[in-house]
Design a protein around this ligand. Structure first.
Ligand SMILES: NC(=O)c1ccc[n+]([C@@H]2O[C@H](COP(=O)([O-])OP(=O)(O)OC[C@H]3O[C@@H](n4cnc5c(N)ncnc54)[C@H](OP(=O)(O)O)[C@@H]3O)[C@@H](O)[C@H]2O)c1
Length: 273
């Protein structure tokens, strides 16, 4: 079994695994089996969202595993519709029910919906105080959104989940978050497969007996960035967790950083007006 993930201490003292499984676009049995396989391979963090429509599948896998609840770290996210309706607590309660859990470890605002996200943040603060959520954070927030939050709240998001991978280094936003005590969690850390054919990653990885995907994840982890690669294939789930037994040197880190082309796998402009 792969080594259980190292953790990062969030700004409220909660420990978050640096590696987790993402389940976007995994549905039904695929999602359930992927989560079960990940737990067997040492993963403890699962990243879902109400909009992924698989919280119930994730919940079934969590309950059929023997991993104690306190060892798990479950992230889910409040979708834009609930923000527009002002139904944040209702959305959380429905997520909890689908997951079959009494609390969420990390609850994120999925997008900074204009005109809504500041109010949503205030509600998340209350939910955190109520104990239904251990940590609160954001996703897809740019510096301007984080600065607005800082103006209205004394509570800094514990996490900003954003797109980062070797083809999209996102350096300015990553630095801003890290300087302000916001842990960065990379979504689409493998650029949805676009990184695996990059010769630089293949060549560097081969010196350590590692794949391009493992080298990509290791580059992120060495930048202090948490990762949530998605896979429904047992062999990839196992491979993506085997990233703790090698270290890239400074020259290799720079060679991978040079791959940056500000390439985004997701076009979320409609959610980001
Ligand atoms: N907050 C947000 O707005 C947001 C946006 C996007 C994603 N996310 C989260 O981030 C997670 C990961 O991002 P993502 O799903 O967009 O993309 P990703 O993790 O970068 O890439 C997933 C793709 O890579 C393949 N893959 C996985 N491991 C591999 C390996 N070792 N070798 C070769 N191919 C491999 C997967 O195929 P197989 O399944 O066949 O292995 C899948 O097609 C999501 O699942 C979701 O939880 C959040």
């Amino acid at each position: 079994m792969a080594e259980i993930s190292k953790t990062i201490r969030l700004n409220n003292g909660v420990e978050m695994p640096l590696l987790g499984l993402g389940v976007y676009k995994a549905l039904g049995n695929d999602a359930q089996q992927a989560v079960s396989c990940a737990l067997e391979n040492g993963y403890r963090l699962i990243d879902t969202a109400s909009v992924y429509k698989n919280e119930d599948d994730v919940g079934r896998a969590l309950h059929s595993s023997r991993v104690p609840r306190e060892e798990l770290f479950i992230t889910t996210k409040v979708w834009n519709t609930a923000q527009r309706l002002g139904d944040i607590e209702g959305a959380l309660l429905r997520s909890l029910e689908r997951l079959g859990l009494s609390y969420i470890d990390l609850y994120l605002i999925h997008f900074p919906v204009p005109g809504c996200y500041l109010e949503t943040w205030r509600t998340l603060e209350q939910l955190c105080r109520s104990g239904k959520v251990r940590a609160i954070g954001v996703s897809n927030f740019e510096i301007r959104h984080l600065e607005m939050l800082a103006q209205i709240s004394d509570i800094t998001p514990a996490v900003n989940q954003i797109e980062v991978h070797p083809l999209c280094a996102n350096t300015e936003l990553v630095s801003y978050c890290q300087e302000h005590g916001i842990a960065v969690q990379a979504y689409s850390p493998l650029a949805r497969g676009a990184c695996r054919n990059k010769e630089v990653l293949q060549q560097i990885g081969s010196q350590y007996g590692k794949s391009a995907a493992q080298t990509d994840l290791r580059w992120l982890l060495q930048r202090g960035i948490a990762v949530i690669p998605k896979s429904v294939q047992p062999q990839h789930i196992e491979e993506n967790a085997a990233v703790w037994d090698f270290e890239l040197n400074e020259i290799e880190m720079q060679a991978i950083s040079a791959l940056n082309e500000n390439y985004r796998t997701n076009d979320f402009s409609e959610h980001m007006m």
